[in-house]
Design a protein around this ligand. Structure first.
Ligand SMILES: [Zn+2]
Ligand SMILES: [Zn+2]
Length: 344
């Protein structure tokens, strides 16, 4: 019986490699030989904080090659390079048929039973999107770029808007060239710990991606200084930093502005902000959640044409047998890590 290796977390701080039986693609499915998988903050959470209960599969930013197809699959064919969406709508329910796939009650995912950090995935063919012109590790960036696309769509940037992006991770940094293309006249990126090697590198990358200024949120009085430089606040604020920073985003947003937030708190998720300012300044707080996935072709296009240069974001590549090291290194202040891809 042919088996393959997959990576799971069963106990905090430890990656376990499992051996699973390679299965045939069923009707409408494709079997993908995974070549690369991006490390995401969610993986770090599972690795470092997840309470010891059920085993959790790692990885959901996947690129690979179609190795076999099940009955009824016309495309993509065997040998095609693909990125794999992790959540797709059913396409058949009332919500889907009314062009509201995000309200679909039958969203399908592989993430509950299969690891993206593995040698194989078997998924519905509809999850696999063909691509060319990128190496596999770079192509894994398409997933976080779709998250950035959803934030920027919800932000509805208008010509010459001023934009503050909070959180210079892969998603926040990907938003910089997107909002510029949408018409933003000024983009400021806010992040913490600029004095570290990690922080200083993010500032450099934000600038390379088109940011006009960078502000360090560990500086005393950073908000007051920012408002002094940009009186009236920002037209749009995109928050990719933890929920407890939403209040800062609201405070820095201007009259009739939008604040768009994407993120999960694994600890306390309550947020406190001043409702009077929110009310009188007619601010709007919007949630983004790019599930089910959309925009993969657009994201791939931005990576291929260099609008979002993969080399700037994909700073590190580790082999599959060093996944645990990658998860440990991810948050280090002493490394210039933005995104790590595991090559499998
Ligand atoms: Zn992710
Ligand atoms: Zn549906």
């Amino acid at each position: 019986m042919e088996t393959f290796t997959s990576a799971w977390v069963r106990h905090r701080g430890k990656v376990e490699y499992g051996q699973e039986k390679v299965r045939e693609a069923g009707p409408g499915e494709v079997r993908v030989r995974i070549k690369a998988c991006g490390v995401c903050g969610t993986d770090i959470h599972f690795f470092k904080e997840f309470p010891d209960e059920q085993p959790v599969p790692l990885g959901h930013e996947v690129a690979g090659i179609i190795e076999s197809t099940g009955p009824g699959v016309r495309a993509p064919g065997v040998g095609t390079s693909v990125v794999i969406q992790n959540h797709i709508p059913c396409g058949m329910c009332d919500a889907c048929l009314n062009q509201r796939p995000d309200a679909c009650g039958h969203i399908r995912t592989y993430m509950d039973t299969q690891a993206g950090m593995a040698e194989y995935l078997v998924v519905p063919a509809a999850m696999a999107i063909a691509f060319g012109g990128l190496d596999f590790a770079s192509a894994t960036l398409a997933e976080p770029v779709t998250v950035a696309l959803d934030l920027c769509r919800e932000a509805a940037i208008r010509m010459n808007d001023t934009v503050l992006i909070m959180g210079p991770g892969t998603i926040g940094l990907s938003c910089v060239p997107i909002v510029k293309r949408q018409g933003a006249s000024l983009v400021v990126v806010a992040g913490h710990g600029l004095s570290s090697i990690r922080g200083a590198h993010r500032k450099t990358v934000a600038t390379s991606l088109g940011a006009d200024a960078f502000v360090d949120t560990t500086d005393k009085g950073w908000k007051e200084k920012l408002l002094a430089s940009y009186p009236g606040g920002f037209d749009r604020v995109i928050v990719t930093s933890p929920p407890n920073t939403i209040a800062d985003g609201i405070a820095l947003a201007g009259f009739r502005s939008s604040i768009v937030f994407d993120g999960i708190s694994y600890q306390d998720d309550s947020v406190t902000f001043g409702a009077n300012d929110f009310h009188f300044q007619k601010k709007r707080l919007i949630a983004s959640h790019a599930i089910p996935n959309w925009g993969f072709p657009q994201a791939l296009g931005l990576l291929i044409d260099g609008t979002i240069d993969p080399k700037l974001l994909l700073t590190h590549r580790y082999p599959f047998n060093r996944l645990e090291q990658a998860l440990q290194d991810y948050g280090s202040p002493d490394l210039e890590i933005i995104k790590i891809a595991i090559e499998i």
